[in-house]
Design a protein around this ligand. Sequence first.
Ligand code: NDP
Ligand code: OXD
Length: 308
Amino acid sequence: MTFLYRADPVRGAVWAELLARKMPDLPFRIWPDIGDPREVRYLAAWQPPEDLAARFPNLEVLFSTGAGTDQFDFSVIPGSLPVVRMVESGIINGMVEYATLGVLSAHRDWRTYSGQQREGDWKVHRVHPASSRRVGVLGLGVLGRAVLDSVRRFGFPCAGWSRSPRQIDGVECHAGADGLGQFLARTDILICLLPLTDSTRGILSKPLFDQLPQGATVINVGRGGHLMQEDLLQALDQGQLGGAVLDVCEPEPLPPGHPFWTHPKVVLTPHIASMTQPETAVDAVVDNIRRHREGLPMTGLVDRASGY
Ligand code: NDP
Ligand code: OXD
């Protein structure tokens, strides 16, 4: 019985050490050193191999090394194989830091002041109280809820949007297509933390931007596929949007010469909002293996029907 790891080998070496300590009865291998493929029961991968089913006939669980699974080609993954995404405190804390930074930077005009410094321009803009800046999060899952919990503490009025109705203390919750308009109309800083599925692809588009208050900021930390890039550029250039913070793009890396690299209203980062932390990720995986062995539901089990 083997645990196989197929992602960044440097981080894999840390996984090996941690797993040897926490689950010494489970041999650990790093791709491409797969050993006897019939022995592989657990695979952790950012992207599994295309011949997964034929190559590992006794695989019991496929773990994503990330929180998302949109990078998986589900057509080559047997329907009976449980797929588990990463739910671990390291990813959550990283996302909370990044999203809070994005909200505070937009709220306190950080991009404007950085530009002014380069120009030698000592110019004061009005400081607005947090209570007058409304934050909204698309996606009320593990990450969306953690981000709201953080930004709420600064006094920003907070709202969120999900597929099914949710209730969160201190957060105005909206759901489904019917709830989207009302949610957008009250959102000055919008954070996208949706999974990328057939229903959410391209959601950050002109019709959505037009429903936000003029001058709103969009922070996309979901996936590049959520964003219609031309619509964003137009909304920024026409003043419907005041700024955008983009951690994810399509494609990644963004090609040289793309307008996002130099747009004065865009802050761009290379998909680093959050990263799986081996120490806490291995704890999450060990816990899920134990759950799987005891017939208990695993944390982060992906529902193939909804796509996340
Ligand atoms: P979860 O699965 O826990 O939450 C997803 C949320 O999105 C749920 O609230 C769900 O609604 C909602 N949702 C899904 N589809 C729709 C829809 N069609 N309409 C409305 N709401 C919808 O995911 P996480 O919070 O763990 O992660 C979210 C995403 O963040 C990941 O899929 C990944 O793409 C991205 N990510 C980005 C990182 C980065 O570094 N930039 C790092 C980690 C993750 P409901 O509650 O009703 O199910
Ligand atoms: C993830 C990511 O999904 O890093 O974990 O984007």
